[in-house]
Design a protein around this ligand. Structure first.
Ligand code: URA
Length: 239
């Protein structure tokens, strides 16, 4: 395994800047393999166990985060005028180059993943992979069996765009429906409901693949995604 400078490995955790890492090492607060390190330029393996003040440090730069997106934030990394979902994160995570995996509209709530791992993120968003995304929609109107049929056949949007077949499930409330789509066109769900004459009033993403939004997360809250949860994104949906 390639060796890297110790201060760089510590900075890769996102928890400390490079200069903070150097200061920690010089202060004798860093151990590698249980031995106190003294020099920032010391070389060590990327998988060596590193502790700071006795606490294990995650030195992998790769991060996956599950966020309950609240209303009012853009799904972007930065914007000149408006707040983005990245503003919810502490500096130590913002330093790691995280970006939202796909987009939810500013007024859409629910499950949003953030990562700095481009290849897997692309697999989730690329229409080629057909990762299902499930939304709960509140609409202006009453949904019925005809709408279920129209979604199943593949809708044609107002501008003539053809959609893949989608699954619409009716809910107890006639003005709510659960829709699962297998592609991610611009404003797709809103445009699909508009195409059947029932515009969306509220939209909330519940699932990506078989991964459901953790009900313990309030809007605006986030937590690390486990490896099993990331795998669930690519697993067939199950209820
Ligand atoms: N479809 C929409 O129309 N909006 C979203 O935010 C997500 C899917």
């Amino acid at each position: 395994m390639a060796l890297s400078r110790l201060d760089k490995l510590i900075a890769d955790s996102g928890k400390y800047s490079r200069s903070e890492a150097k200061a920690l090492i010089r202060a004798g607060r860093v151990c590698v393999d249980g031995v106190t390190a003294r020099a920032p330029e010391d070389k060590c393996a990327a998988d060596a166990p590193i502790t700071v003040d006795g606490e294990a440090l995650n030195t992998s730069r790769t991060r996956w985060i599950m966020l309950h997106k609240p209303e009012g934030l853009l799904s972007a990394t930065e914007d000149r005028d408006q707040p983005t979902v990245l503003d919810l994160l502490p500096a130590e995570l913002r330093r790691l180059g995280l970006f939202p995996v796909g987009r939810l509209d500013k007024d859409t709530t629910g499950l949003l993943l953030l990562t700095n791992e481009g290849e897997t993120a692309h697999r989730i968003t690329s229409p080629k992979h057909h990762v299902p995304k499930r939304y709960l929609a509140r609409v202006d109107g009453s949904l019925d069996g005809e709408d279920v049929q129209a979604f199943a056949e593949g809708l044609t949007l107002g501008d003539g765009t053809r959609c893949l077949p989608a699954v619409l499930e009716l809910c107890d409330r006639a003005d709510e429906g659960r829709v699962t789509v297998y592609e991610g066109k611009y404003h797709q769900v809103k445009r699909m409901f508009a195409a059947v004459g029932k515009p969306v009033l509220r939209l909330h993403r519940e699932r990506i693949g078989a991964l459901a939004l953790d009900p313990a997360l309030a809007p605006g809250e986030f937590r690390p995604l486990t490896a099993a949860e990331l795998a669930a994104v690519f697993a067939a949906e199950e209820d």
